[in-house]
Design a protein around this ligand. Sequence first.
Ligand SMILES: NC(=O)C1=CN([C@@H]2O[C@H](COP(=O)(O)OP(=O)(O)OC[C@H]3O[C@@H](n4cnc5c(N)ncnc54)[C@H](O)[C@@H]3O)[C@@H](O)[C@H]2O)[C@@H](O)CC1
Length: 472
Amino acid sequence: MLAAHTVADVRRAEQGLADDTGWDVLMQRAARGLADILDDRLPPGATPVVLVGPGHNGGDALFAAAHLGERGRRVNLCLLDPDRVHGPGLAAALAAGASVVDSPRGHTHLVDAVFGIGARPGLEGPAAEWARWQREEDPWTLAVDVPSGVDVDGGTLPGEHLLADVTVTFGTLKPALLLGPAADAAGDVVLVDIGLGPHLATPAVETFTPDDGPPAGHRMTGDGPEHKYSRGVLGVAAGSEAYAGAAHLVVAGAQAGPAGMIRFAGSAELGRRVVDRAPEVVAGPGRVQAWVVGPGGDDGTAELVRAALTEQVPVLLDATALQSLPDRFDVPALLTPHAGELARMLGVSRDDVDDDPWGHARAAASRWGATVLLKGRRTLVVPPEGPTRANRSGTRWLATAGTGDVLAGLAGAWLAAGLTPLEAGSVAAHLHGAAGVRANPGGPVTASGVAAAVPAVTADFLAGDLHRVRDW
Ligand SMILES: NC(=O)C1=CN([C@@H]2O[C@H](COP(=O)(O)OP(=O)(O)OC[C@H]3O[C@@H](n4cnc5c(N)ncnc54)[C@H](O)[C@@H]3O)[C@@H](O)[C@H]2O)[C@@H](O)CC1
Protein backbone atom coordinates (compact mmCIF):
# COMPACT_ATOMS: atom_id res chain seq x y z
CA MET A 1 0.00 0.00 0.00
CA LEU A 2 1.06 3.54 -0.68
CA ALA A 3 -0.18 5.95 1.98
CA ALA A 4 -1.04 9.65 2.01
CA HIS A 5 -1.16 11.77 5.15
CA THR A 6 -2.76 15.11 5.90
CA VAL A 7 -0.65 18.23 6.29
CA ALA A 8 -1.18 18.22 10.07
CA ASP A 9 0.02 14.61 10.32
CA VAL A 10 3.03 15.32 8.08
CA ARG A 11 3.95 18.30 10.24
CA ARG A 12 3.71 16.17 13.40
CA ALA A 13 5.83 13.41 11.86
CA GLU A 14 8.43 15.89 10.59
CA GLN A 15 8.67 17.37 14.07
CA GLY A 16 9.17 13.89 15.53
CA LEU A 17 11.91 13.10 13.04
CA ALA A 18 13.52 16.53 13.40
CA ASP A 19 13.64 16.05 17.18
CA ASP A 20 15.90 13.06 16.46
CA THR A 21 17.96 14.38 13.55
CA GLY A 22 17.61 18.17 13.38
CA TRP A 23 15.65 20.00 10.67
CA ASP A 24 18.61 20.41 8.33
CA VAL A 25 18.89 16.67 7.86
CA LEU A 26 15.27 16.48 6.63
CA MET A 27 15.77 19.21 4.07
CA GLN A 28 19.07 17.79 2.89
CA ARG A 29 17.53 14.33 2.40
CA ALA A 30 14.66 15.89 0.44
CA ALA A 31 17.00 18.04 -1.64
CA ARG A 32 19.36 15.18 -2.50
CA GLY A 33 16.46 12.91 -3.51
CA LEU A 34 15.03 15.69 -5.63
CA ALA A 35 18.37 16.40 -7.31
CA ASP A 36 18.86 12.70 -8.15
CA ILE A 37 15.45 12.50 -9.81
CA LEU A 38 15.96 15.77 -11.70
CA ASP A 39 19.33 14.54 -12.90
CA ASP A 40 17.69 11.38 -14.12
CA ARG A 41 14.68 13.00 -15.81
CA LEU A 42 16.16 16.16 -17.37
CA PRO A 43 17.65 15.74 -20.83
CA PRO A 44 21.44 16.24 -20.93
CA GLY A 45 22.23 19.92 -21.39
CA ALA A 46 18.71 21.18 -20.57
CA THR A 47 18.66 24.26 -18.34
CA PRO A 48 15.64 24.12 -16.04
CA VAL A 49 14.06 27.15 -14.44
CA VAL A 50 13.09 26.75 -10.79
CA LEU A 51 10.11 28.77 -9.54
CA VAL A 52 11.08 29.45 -5.95
CA GLY A 53 8.51 30.30 -3.26
CA PRO A 54 9.10 31.75 0.20
CA GLY A 55 9.05 28.58 2.34
CA HIS A 56 10.84 25.29 2.84
CA ASN A 57 9.44 24.00 -0.44
CA GLY A 58 11.54 26.62 -2.20
CA GLY A 59 14.41 25.71 0.14
CA ASP A 60 14.32 22.07 -0.96
CA ALA A 61 14.58 23.11 -4.59
CA LEU A 62 17.37 25.61 -3.95
CA PHE A 63 19.52 22.96 -2.26
CA ALA A 64 18.67 20.58 -5.12
CA ALA A 65 19.76 23.30 -7.58
CA ALA A 66 23.04 23.49 -5.66
CA HIS A 67 23.55 19.73 -6.10
CA LEU A 68 22.78 20.02 -9.83
CA GLY A 69 25.20 22.95 -10.16
CA GLU A 70 27.92 20.93 -8.44
CA ARG A 71 27.25 18.14 -10.97
CA GLY A 72 27.81 20.61 -13.81
CA ARG A 73 24.24 21.52 -14.81
CA ARG A 74 23.12 25.13 -15.43
CA VAL A 75 20.02 26.07 -13.40
CA ASN A 76 18.02 29.33 -13.53
CA LEU A 77 15.99 30.59 -10.57
CA CYS A 78 12.85 32.76 -10.58
CA LEU A 79 12.12 34.12 -7.11
CA LEU A 80 8.51 34.80 -6.11
CA ASP A 81 9.67 37.40 -3.61
CA PRO A 82 13.40 38.18 -3.35
CA ASP A 83 12.81 39.46 0.19
CA ARG A 84 11.25 36.18 1.32
CA VAL A 85 13.38 33.28 0.20
CA HIS A 86 15.20 30.46 1.99
CA GLY A 87 18.49 32.25 2.63
CA PRO A 88 20.91 29.32 3.11
CA GLY A 89 19.32 27.53 0.13
CA LEU A 90 19.70 30.55 -2.15
CA ALA A 91 23.32 31.06 -1.03
CA ALA A 92 24.11 27.41 -1.76
CA ALA A 93 22.47 27.50 -5.20
CA LEU A 94 24.23 30.73 -6.21
CA ALA A 95 27.57 29.44 -4.93
CA ALA A 96 27.11 26.35 -7.14
CA GLY A 97 26.59 28.55 -10.22
CA ALA A 98 22.80 29.01 -10.45
CA SER A 99 21.54 32.34 -11.88
CA VAL A 100 18.52 34.41 -10.91
CA VAL A 101 16.35 35.38 -13.91
CA ASP A 102 13.32 37.70 -14.11
CA SER A 103 10.95 35.47 -16.03
CA PRO A 104 10.54 31.76 -16.79
CA ARG A 105 9.59 32.55 -20.43
CA GLY A 106 11.44 30.49 -23.00
CA HIS A 107 12.40 27.64 -20.66
CA THR A 108 11.34 24.19 -21.77
CA HIS A 109 11.92 22.55 -18.38
CA LEU A 110 10.35 23.80 -15.16
CA VAL A 111 10.71 22.92 -11.48
CA ASP A 112 7.70 24.09 -9.46
CA ALA A 113 8.84 24.91 -5.91
CA VAL A 114 6.45 27.78 -5.30
CA PHE A 115 4.46 26.21 -2.46
CA GLY A 116 4.37 22.83 -0.75
CA ILE A 117 2.28 21.69 2.19
CA GLY A 118 2.20 25.25 3.53
CA ALA A 119 0.08 26.34 0.56
CA ARG A 120 -3.24 28.10 0.66
CA PRO A 121 -5.09 26.69 -2.36
CA GLY A 122 -5.22 28.95 -5.41
CA LEU A 123 -2.40 31.08 -6.79
CA GLU A 124 -2.44 34.87 -6.96
CA GLY A 125 -0.22 37.66 -8.24
CA PRO A 126 3.06 36.61 -9.91
CA ALA A 127 2.46 32.93 -9.06
CA ALA A 128 -0.85 33.05 -10.97
CA GLU A 129 1.00 34.64 -13.91
CA TRP A 130 3.47 31.75 -13.82
CA ALA A 131 0.51 29.34 -14.07
CA ARG A 132 -0.80 31.20 -17.15
CA TRP A 133 2.70 31.15 -18.70
CA GLN A 134 2.87 27.40 -18.08
CA ARG A 135 -0.41 26.84 -19.93
CA GLU A 136 0.84 28.93 -22.87
CA GLU A 137 4.31 27.45 -23.29
CA ASP A 138 3.67 23.99 -21.84
CA PRO A 139 7.14 23.23 -20.45
CA TRP A 140 7.92 19.78 -19.04
CA THR A 141 7.31 20.26 -15.32
CA LEU A 142 8.45 18.59 -12.14
CA ALA A 143 6.59 19.67 -8.98
CA VAL A 144 8.30 19.62 -5.60
CA ASP A 145 6.15 17.81 -2.98
CA VAL A 146 2.81 18.92 -4.56
CA PRO A 147 1.83 21.03 -7.59
CA SER A 148 1.53 24.59 -6.29
CA GLY A 149 -1.97 25.93 -5.79
CA VAL A 150 -3.80 22.64 -5.20
CA ASP A 151 -5.81 21.90 -2.05
CA VAL A 152 -3.29 19.55 -0.43
CA ASP A 153 -5.63 17.87 2.07
CA GLY A 154 -8.87 17.82 0.08
CA GLY A 155 -7.69 17.17 -3.48
CA THR A 156 -9.79 20.00 -4.93
CA LEU A 157 -8.67 22.73 -7.34
CA PRO A 158 -10.33 25.91 -6.09
CA GLY A 159 -8.26 28.36 -8.15
CA GLU A 160 -5.23 28.90 -10.33
CA HIS A 161 -2.61 26.16 -9.97
CA LEU A 162 0.40 24.66 -11.71
CA LEU A 163 0.42 21.32 -13.52
CA ALA A 164 3.13 18.67 -13.33
CA ASP A 165 4.36 15.79 -15.43
CA VAL A 166 6.08 14.38 -12.35
CA THR A 167 5.65 15.22 -8.68
CA VAL A 168 8.48 14.32 -6.30
CA THR A 169 7.02 14.08 -2.82
CA PHE A 170 8.77 13.61 0.51
CA GLY A 171 8.23 11.17 3.36
CA THR A 172 4.68 10.14 2.46
CA LEU A 173 2.16 10.99 -0.26
CA LYS A 174 -0.27 13.85 0.31
CA PRO A 175 -4.05 13.32 -0.26
CA ALA A 176 -4.03 15.66 -3.30
CA LEU A 177 -1.65 13.27 -5.07
CA LEU A 178 -4.23 10.46 -4.97
CA LEU A 179 -7.57 12.25 -5.07
CA GLY A 180 -9.21 13.83 -8.08
CA PRO A 181 -9.30 16.43 -9.43
CA ALA A 182 -5.97 17.58 -7.93
CA ALA A 183 -4.24 14.26 -8.65
CA ASP A 184 -4.73 14.94 -12.35
CA ALA A 185 -2.47 17.97 -11.89
CA ALA A 186 0.31 15.91 -10.31
CA GLY A 187 1.34 13.55 -13.12
CA ASP A 188 3.47 10.57 -12.04
CA VAL A 189 4.20 10.58 -8.34
CA VAL A 190 7.64 9.62 -7.05
CA LEU A 191 8.16 9.19 -3.30
CA VAL A 192 11.48 10.13 -1.72
CA ASP A 193 12.09 8.44 1.63
CA ILE A 194 13.33 10.95 4.20
CA GLY A 195 12.89 8.62 7.19
CA LEU A 196 9.42 9.81 8.21
CA GLY A 197 7.92 6.29 8.34
CA PRO A 198 8.18 5.55 12.09
CA HIS A 199 6.67 8.94 12.94
CA LEU A 200 3.60 8.74 10.70
CA ALA A 201 0.08 8.21 12.07
CA THR A 202 -2.80 6.38 10.34
CA PRO A 203 -3.01 7.57 6.73
CA ALA A 204 -5.89 9.60 5.38
CA VAL A 205 -5.81 7.84 2.01
CA GLU A 206 -4.23 4.60 0.78
CA THR A 207 -3.80 2.98 -2.61
CA PHE A 208 -2.78 -0.46 -3.83
CA THR A 209 0.52 -0.89 -5.62
CA PRO A 210 1.07 -3.65 -8.21
CA ASP A 211 2.98 -5.65 -5.55
CA ASP A 212 0.12 -5.75 -3.07
CA GLY A 213 -1.65 -9.04 -2.49
CA PRO A 214 -5.05 -9.76 -0.97
CA PRO A 215 -6.02 -8.73 2.55
CA ALA A 216 -6.49 -11.44 5.14
CA GLY A 217 -10.04 -12.51 5.89
CA HIS A 218 -11.55 -13.76 2.65
CA ARG A 219 -12.75 -17.33 2.72
CA MET A 220 -10.26 -18.59 0.11
CA THR A 221 -7.31 -18.37 2.49
CA GLY A 222 -8.77 -20.47 5.31
CA ASP A 223 -6.89 -23.62 6.38
CA GLY A 224 -9.90 -25.93 6.63
CA PRO A 225 -11.55 -27.92 3.84
CA GLU A 226 -13.26 -25.66 1.32
CA HIS A 227 -16.56 -26.14 -0.39
CA LYS A 228 -18.75 -23.82 -2.36
CA TYR A 229 -20.70 -22.62 0.66
CA SER A 230 -17.59 -21.92 2.74
CA ARG A 231 -16.29 -19.74 -0.09
CA GLY A 232 -19.44 -17.65 0.14
CA VAL A 233 -22.72 -17.46 -1.76
CA LEU A 234 -23.67 -14.19 -3.44
CA GLY A 235 -27.25 -13.23 -4.12
CA VAL A 236 -27.77 -11.10 -7.22
CA ALA A 237 -30.94 -9.06 -7.69
CA ALA A 238 -30.21 -7.19 -10.91
CA GLY A 239 -31.66 -6.57 -14.35
CA SER A 240 -35.20 -6.06 -15.56
CA GLU A 241 -37.20 -6.39 -18.76
CA ALA A 242 -35.70 -3.12 -20.01
CA TYR A 243 -32.16 -3.87 -18.82
CA ALA A 244 -31.70 -7.63 -19.08
CA GLY A 245 -28.04 -7.12 -19.97
CA ALA A 246 -27.31 -5.78 -16.47
CA ALA A 247 -28.27 -9.17 -15.01
CA HIS A 248 -25.79 -10.93 -17.30
CA LEU A 249 -23.00 -8.46 -16.60
CA VAL A 250 -23.41 -8.49 -12.81
CA VAL A 251 -23.32 -12.28 -12.94
CA ALA A 252 -20.24 -12.20 -15.20
CA GLY A 253 -18.48 -9.89 -12.71
CA ALA A 254 -19.55 -12.03 -9.79
CA GLN A 255 -18.38 -15.23 -11.48
CA ALA A 256 -14.96 -13.62 -11.91
CA GLY A 257 -14.69 -13.21 -8.14
CA PRO A 258 -13.92 -15.63 -5.32
CA ALA A 259 -17.45 -16.58 -4.20
CA GLY A 260 -18.38 -20.27 -4.36
CA MET A 261 -21.86 -19.81 -5.79
CA ILE A 262 -24.25 -17.23 -7.19
CA ARG A 263 -27.99 -17.21 -6.63
CA PHE A 264 -30.02 -15.10 -9.00
CA ALA A 265 -33.17 -13.46 -7.65
CA GLY A 266 -35.32 -11.93 -10.33
CA SER A 267 -38.26 -12.80 -12.54
CA ALA A 268 -38.52 -16.43 -13.62
CA GLU A 269 -38.06 -15.36 -17.24
CA LEU A 270 -34.87 -13.38 -16.52
CA GLY A 271 -33.61 -16.21 -14.30
CA ARG A 272 -34.00 -18.66 -17.21
CA ARG A 273 -32.05 -16.37 -19.51
CA VAL A 274 -29.28 -15.90 -16.95
CA VAL A 275 -28.95 -19.65 -16.39
CA ASP A 276 -28.94 -20.27 -20.16
CA ARG A 277 -25.83 -18.13 -20.44
CA ALA A 278 -24.27 -19.05 -17.09
CA PRO A 279 -25.32 -22.58 -16.14
CA GLU A 280 -23.37 -22.39 -12.86
CA VAL A 281 -25.86 -19.86 -11.50
CA VAL A 282 -28.75 -21.06 -9.34
CA ALA A 283 -31.98 -19.15 -9.99
CA GLY A 284 -34.33 -18.90 -7.03
CA PRO A 285 -34.27 -18.31 -3.28
CA GLY A 286 -31.82 -19.67 -0.71
CA ARG A 287 -29.31 -18.51 1.87
CA VAL A 288 -26.59 -16.09 0.80
CA GLN A 289 -23.64 -14.42 2.54
CA ALA A 290 -24.07 -11.10 0.69
CA TRP A 291 -26.42 -9.36 -1.73
CA VAL A 292 -25.93 -7.20 -4.81
CA VAL A 293 -29.10 -5.24 -5.53
CA GLY A 294 -29.92 -2.60 -8.11
CA PRO A 295 -28.02 -2.67 -11.41
CA GLY A 296 -30.49 -2.38 -14.27
CA GLY A 297 -33.38 -2.50 -11.81
CA ASP A 298 -36.96 -1.28 -12.19
CA ASP A 299 -39.83 -0.24 -9.88
CA GLY A 300 -39.50 -3.48 -7.97
CA THR A 301 -36.01 -2.62 -6.71
CA ALA A 302 -37.19 -0.91 -3.51
CA GLU A 303 -38.84 -4.15 -2.41
CA LEU A 304 -35.69 -6.15 -3.26
CA VAL A 305 -33.60 -3.77 -1.12
CA ARG A 306 -36.01 -4.20 1.81
CA ALA A 307 -35.95 -7.98 1.45
CA ALA A 308 -32.14 -8.12 1.26
CA LEU A 309 -31.77 -5.93 4.35
CA THR A 310 -34.00 -8.21 6.43
CA GLU A 311 -31.51 -11.07 5.94
CA GLN A 312 -28.87 -9.26 8.03
CA VAL A 313 -26.00 -10.02 5.62
CA PRO A 314 -23.69 -7.49 3.90
CA VAL A 315 -25.29 -5.67 0.98
CA LEU A 316 -23.98 -3.88 -2.09
CA LEU A 317 -26.47 -1.37 -3.45
CA ASP A 318 -26.01 0.10 -6.91
CA ALA A 319 -27.94 2.19 -9.46
CA THR A 320 -31.72 2.09 -8.85
CA ALA A 321 -31.21 0.65 -5.36
CA LEU A 322 -29.50 3.89 -4.34
CA GLN A 323 -32.92 5.56 -4.47
CA SER A 324 -34.26 3.22 -1.78
CA LEU A 325 -31.75 3.58 1.02
CA PRO A 326 -32.73 3.05 4.65
CA ASP A 327 -32.13 5.92 7.05
CA ARG A 328 -29.02 4.16 8.47
CA PHE A 329 -27.57 0.73 7.75
CA ASP A 330 -27.46 -1.90 10.46
CA VAL A 331 -25.55 -4.35 8.22
CA PRO A 332 -22.18 -3.84 6.47
CA ALA A 333 -23.09 -1.90 3.34
CA LEU A 334 -21.25 -0.89 0.19
CA LEU A 335 -22.92 1.80 -1.95
CA THR A 336 -21.54 2.15 -5.47
CA PRO A 337 -22.78 5.40 -7.06
CA HIS A 338 -21.23 7.32 -9.94
CA ALA A 339 -21.00 11.09 -9.54
CA GLY A 340 -24.53 11.74 -10.84
CA GLU A 341 -26.06 9.16 -8.51
CA LEU A 342 -24.12 10.48 -5.51
CA ALA A 343 -25.30 14.01 -6.36
CA ARG A 344 -28.92 12.79 -6.34
CA MET A 345 -28.41 10.98 -3.02
CA LEU A 346 -27.07 14.14 -1.40
CA GLY A 347 -29.33 16.67 -3.15
CA VAL A 348 -26.42 18.55 -4.76
CA SER A 349 -25.38 19.07 -8.38
CA ARG A 350 -23.15 16.74 -10.34
CA ASP A 351 -20.64 19.58 -10.72
CA ASP A 352 -20.45 19.84 -6.93
CA VAL A 353 -19.47 16.17 -6.74
CA ASP A 354 -17.00 16.45 -9.62
CA ASP A 355 -15.33 19.44 -7.93
CA ASP A 356 -14.97 17.68 -4.58
CA PRO A 357 -15.49 13.94 -4.95
CA TRP A 358 -13.85 12.99 -1.65
CA GLY A 359 -15.80 15.53 0.41
CA HIS A 360 -19.10 14.34 -1.00
CA ALA A 361 -18.28 10.64 -0.71
CA ARG A 362 -17.28 11.21 2.92
CA ALA A 363 -20.52 13.08 3.57
CA ALA A 364 -22.53 10.15 2.21
CA ALA A 365 -20.48 7.54 4.12
CA SER A 366 -21.10 9.37 7.35
CA ARG A 367 -24.77 10.17 6.55
CA TRP A 368 -25.73 6.54 5.92
CA GLY A 369 -23.12 4.68 8.00
CA ALA A 370 -22.03 2.83 4.85
CA THR A 371 -18.90 2.49 2.74
CA VAL A 372 -19.23 4.57 -0.42
CA LEU A 373 -17.48 3.48 -3.60
CA LEU A 374 -17.62 6.52 -5.87
CA LYS A 375 -16.98 5.35 -9.43
CA GLY A 376 -14.94 7.48 -11.77
CA ARG A 377 -11.54 7.89 -13.32
CA ARG A 378 -10.15 7.71 -9.79
CA THR A 379 -12.60 5.50 -7.97
CA LEU A 380 -12.71 6.19 -4.23
CA VAL A 381 -13.78 3.76 -1.54
CA VAL A 382 -14.69 5.71 1.58
CA PRO A 383 -15.64 3.95 4.82
CA PRO A 384 -17.61 5.78 7.53
CA GLU A 385 -14.38 5.91 9.57
CA GLY A 386 -10.71 5.32 8.78
CA PRO A 387 -8.55 5.65 5.68
CA THR A 388 -10.08 6.06 2.25
CA ARG A 389 -8.84 3.83 -0.57
CA ALA A 390 -8.11 5.63 -3.83
CA ASN A 391 -7.93 3.43 -6.92
CA ARG A 392 -5.19 4.04 -9.45
CA SER A 393 -5.58 1.06 -11.77
CA GLY A 394 -7.45 1.28 -15.05
CA THR A 395 -7.72 2.80 -18.48
CA ARG A 396 -9.93 5.51 -19.89
CA TRP A 397 -11.50 2.82 -22.09
CA LEU A 398 -13.30 1.50 -19.00
CA ALA A 399 -15.78 4.37 -19.44
CA THR A 400 -18.13 2.14 -21.44
CA ALA A 401 -21.60 0.70 -20.87
CA GLY A 402 -21.85 -2.15 -18.40
CA THR A 403 -18.47 -1.93 -16.67
CA GLY A 404 -20.21 -0.64 -13.51
CA ASP A 405 -22.40 -3.76 -13.50
CA VAL A 406 -19.31 -5.97 -13.75
CA LEU A 407 -17.71 -4.05 -10.88
CA ALA A 408 -20.82 -4.46 -8.74
CA GLY A 409 -20.83 -8.23 -9.29
CA LEU A 410 -17.12 -8.52 -8.61
CA ALA A 411 -17.25 -6.44 -5.41
CA GLY A 412 -20.30 -8.41 -4.29
CA ALA A 413 -18.40 -11.67 -4.75
CA TRP A 414 -15.56 -10.42 -2.51
CA LEU A 415 -18.15 -9.29 0.07
CA ALA A 416 -19.71 -12.76 0.02
CA ALA A 417 -16.22 -14.23 0.43
CA GLY A 418 -15.87 -12.43 3.73
CA LEU A 419 -14.16 -9.11 3.08
CA THR A 420 -15.34 -5.90 4.68
CA PRO A 421 -17.08 -3.39 2.38
CA LEU A 422 -13.87 -1.31 2.29
CA GLU A 423 -11.68 -4.28 1.35
CA ALA A 424 -14.22 -5.77 -1.07
CA GLY A 425 -14.78 -2.45 -2.83
CA SER A 426 -11.13 -1.52 -3.08
CA VAL A 427 -9.93 -4.98 -4.13
CA ALA A 428 -12.67 -5.14 -6.77
CA ALA A 429 -11.88 -1.64 -8.09
CA HIS A 430 -8.16 -2.51 -8.26
CA LEU A 431 -8.78 -5.78 -10.11
CA HIS A 432 -11.46 -4.29 -12.37
CA GLY A 433 -9.11 -1.48 -13.45
CA ALA A 434 -6.26 -3.90 -14.05
CA ALA A 435 -8.57 -6.20 -16.01
CA GLY A 436 -9.57 -3.24 -18.17
CA VAL A 437 -5.90 -2.75 -19.04
CA ARG A 438 -5.27 -6.48 -19.53
CA ALA A 439 -8.38 -6.97 -21.71
CA ASN A 440 -6.94 -4.84 -24.49
CA PRO A 441 -3.84 -2.77 -23.66
CA GLY A 442 -4.15 0.70 -25.17
CA GLY A 443 -7.49 0.16 -26.86
CA PRO A 444 -11.25 -0.17 -26.39
CA VAL A 445 -12.82 -2.84 -24.22
CA THR A 446 -16.31 -4.20 -23.61
CA ALA A 447 -17.73 -4.85 -20.16
CA SER A 448 -17.87 -8.57 -20.99
CA GLY A 449 -14.24 -8.45 -22.07
CA VAL A 450 -13.28 -6.85 -18.77
CA ALA A 451 -15.12 -9.55 -16.81
CA ALA A 452 -13.34 -12.22 -18.86
CA ALA A 453 -9.95 -10.70 -17.98
CA VAL A 454 -10.59 -10.57 -14.22
CA PRO A 455 -9.78 -14.21 -13.27
CA ALA A 456 -6.21 -14.12 -14.63
CA VAL A 457 -5.63 -10.70 -13.09
CA THR A 458 -6.94 -12.10 -9.80
CA ALA A 459 -4.47 -14.98 -9.93
CA ASP A 460 -1.62 -12.49 -10.28
CA PHE A 461 -3.06 -10.41 -7.43
CA LEU A 462 -3.30 -13.45 -5.15
CA ALA A 463 0.35 -14.14 -5.97
CA GLY A 464 1.23 -10.52 -5.07
CA ASP A 465 2.51 -9.83 -8.57
CA LEU A 466 0.02 -7.79 -10.58
CA HIS A 467 1.91 -5.66 -13.05
CA ARG A 468 0.67 -3.28 -15.71
CA VAL A 469 -2.36 -1.93 -13.91
CA ARG A 470 -2.42 1.58 -15.44
CA ASP A 471 -2.94 2.60 -19.02
CA TRP A 472 -4.27 6.16 -19.24
N1 LIG B 1 9.61 21.17 7.49
C1 LIG B 1 10.77 20.71 6.95
O1 LIG B 1 11.88 20.86 7.42
C2 LIG B 1 10.69 19.97 5.72
C3 LIG B 1 9.88 20.51 4.76
N2 LIG B 1 9.93 20.05 3.54
C4 LIG B 1 9.44 20.93 2.48
O2 LIG B 1 8.84 22.08 3.03
C5 LIG B 1 7.54 22.26 2.53
C6 LIG B 1 6.70 22.96 3.53
O3 LIG B 1 7.36 24.16 3.81
P1 LIG B 1 6.63 25.42 4.41
O4 LIG B 1 5.91 25.05 5.64
O5 LIG B 1 7.65 26.47 4.53
O6 LIG B 1 5.52 25.79 3.36
P2 LIG B 1 5.62 26.21 1.82
O7 LIG B 1 6.98 26.08 1.30
O8 LIG B 1 4.53 25.51 1.17
O9 LIG B 1 5.29 27.79 1.84
C7 LIG B 1 4.61 28.40 2.84
C8 LIG B 1 4.73 29.90 2.67
O10 LIG B 1 4.07 30.32 1.52
C9 LIG B 1 3.01 31.23 1.82
N3 LIG B 1 1.86 30.88 0.99
C10 LIG B 1 1.24 29.69 1.00
N4 LIG B 1 0.27 29.66 0.08
C11 LIG B 1 0.26 30.85 -0.52
C12 LIG B 1 -0.52 31.42 -1.56
N5 LIG B 1 -1.51 30.74 -2.16
N6 LIG B 1 -0.23 32.67 -1.96
C13 LIG B 1 0.77 33.37 -1.36
N7 LIG B 1 1.53 32.87 -0.38
C14 LIG B 1 1.28 31.64 0.05
C15 LIG B 1 2.76 31.04 3.30
O11 LIG B 1 2.26 32.20 3.86
C16 LIG B 1 4.12 30.65 3.81
O12 LIG B 1 4.88 31.81 4.02
C17 LIG B 1 7.09 20.89 2.17
O13 LIG B 1 6.07 20.90 1.21
C18 LIG B 1 8.39 20.28 1.66
O14 LIG B 1 8.60 20.64 0.31
C19 LIG B 1 10.95 19.08 3.17
O15 LIG B 1 12.13 19.77 3.02
C20 LIG B 1 11.13 18.07 4.24
C21 LIG B 1 11.48 18.73 5.52
